[in-house]
Write a protein that binds this ligand. Sequence first.
Ligand code: UDX
Ligand code: ADP
Length: 475
Amino acid sequence: MGSTGRYQVCCIGAGYVGGPTMAVVAKMCPKIDVTVVDISQRRIDSWNSEEESELPIYEPGLKEAVVNTRGKNLFFSTDIDGAIERANMIFVAVNTPTKKDGLGAGRAADLTYWELAARRIAKIAKSPKIIVEKSTVPIRTAEAISTVLNASGTTKFQILSNPEFLAEGTAVRDLENPDRILIGGNLKDEDGIKAVGELVDIYSHWVPKERIITTNVWSSELSKLVANFFLAQRVSSINAVSALCESSGADVDEVSMAVGMDSRIGSKFLKASVGFGGSCFQKDILNLVYLSESMGLKDIAEYFHWVVRMNDLQKDRFVSRIIHGLFNTVTGKRIAILGFSFKKDTGDTRESAAISVCQRLVDERAHLAIYDPKVYETQIWQDITTASKMDRLELEKLVHISSNPYDAAKGSHALVVCTEWDEFRDLNFEKILSIMEKPAFIFDGRNVLSHEYLRKLGFVVYAIGKPLDPRLNVV
Ligand code: UDX
Ligand code: ADP
């Protein structure tokens, strides 16, 4: 207990995982104090902002959860040491990107932030603490972290793995009603069992007991990576099928419906698309690849890797369709990009397929007009500049950010849908057709539009995994 006599939870890392997770813990456990800390003053300021629109991330239902608890039992702060000192339990939800340099570059997870957080805890903590791994980490991270934490030998730490399965865009719903809560701990040790019990108690405030499962630490760490592999594998599999559909005249939505109705297969995650994105899928799979390689399991690594390679091929295939469709050249042509986030209902662009699509079109010297309802303009510029070989000045001659879809469409040769935002279904396509160059093309990378209706209006339409429009130039 802290000096207030209330149970104190601290979360290091106020990002996509830490922020929403702790907002829901605070909402569901009014008797527990939750402090979320971060090294970024800007991030903390925006979590504390009175302006509801200024929360650092957009998630349906998040504003309400934060506004109702902030200042009561939910606190955002940069006083990391103070929060560590007071805490009974410390969640670590810092970022673990793929390593850019050195051993394992491009595959292994970069644990720099994790290690820094662990060293901070080791330095500051004076009383026993339970440390909970929230960030996705390679297996055996808990063991390594335990070595760092317990090196001084003065304070005792119990390390638990508690991977987060929330998906962006539905984070609050997923947190409030999770399929399962997975807790990995040392179940052979009395203190380990006690620590697991404390975390189970927190979740038991709102999650039915039968949905809270406990395993050993490594099973828990590995399960998170494997869950993301299985999900991504389904998307890559249906995307492979989409190529087959286009060549054979089958319809990928009909195939996934027929296949998904088999209760052993299930219907979710069988939506063909321009490619999966997000901060987890690629990173976690590459992590599995690295892990397998480092265990000498070359063929297994290859198997995992194909899910990411298929995703890259799908993005390439989509861009090729655009270029060939537009009579084999897009140079100097204006193309409207609808959607930039990696999926709808989030402003997150990490690994978004839109980034690759834009980068490849810009390489071809196309002129892009990009519209997304939630992604900030600065983020789009940052992503495009990072992905492209060109500098900002050169890019400014080619890329324009539009404030609405009609502005983007005006004078365009093609509309390219990269994200499945609901609002795109309800656009006034008669108006759009009238302001576009002719022939007007639509490339629907998410199969969200009414293709037959659009063809009747006069558009030439390409849709992923659908019988090809006879007017589309195909190579
Ligand atoms: C994922 C996992 O779902 C979640 O459990 C984990 O905690 C983090 O990684 P997230 O990346 O937020 O969540 O989104 P998700 O809904 O899984 O979508 C990932 C990508 O796959 C998106 O780009 C999405 O558009 C794409 N996708 C998903 C498809 O292309 N087709 C589908 O059928 C499903
Ligand atoms: P995720 O999607 O995993 O939540 P984010 O990048 O959204 O990743 O959030 C991670 C957060 O962790 C960032 O706000 C970053 O500033 C913070 N962070 C990273 N390292 C530390 C650290 N050592 N101490 C406190 N906060 C940290």
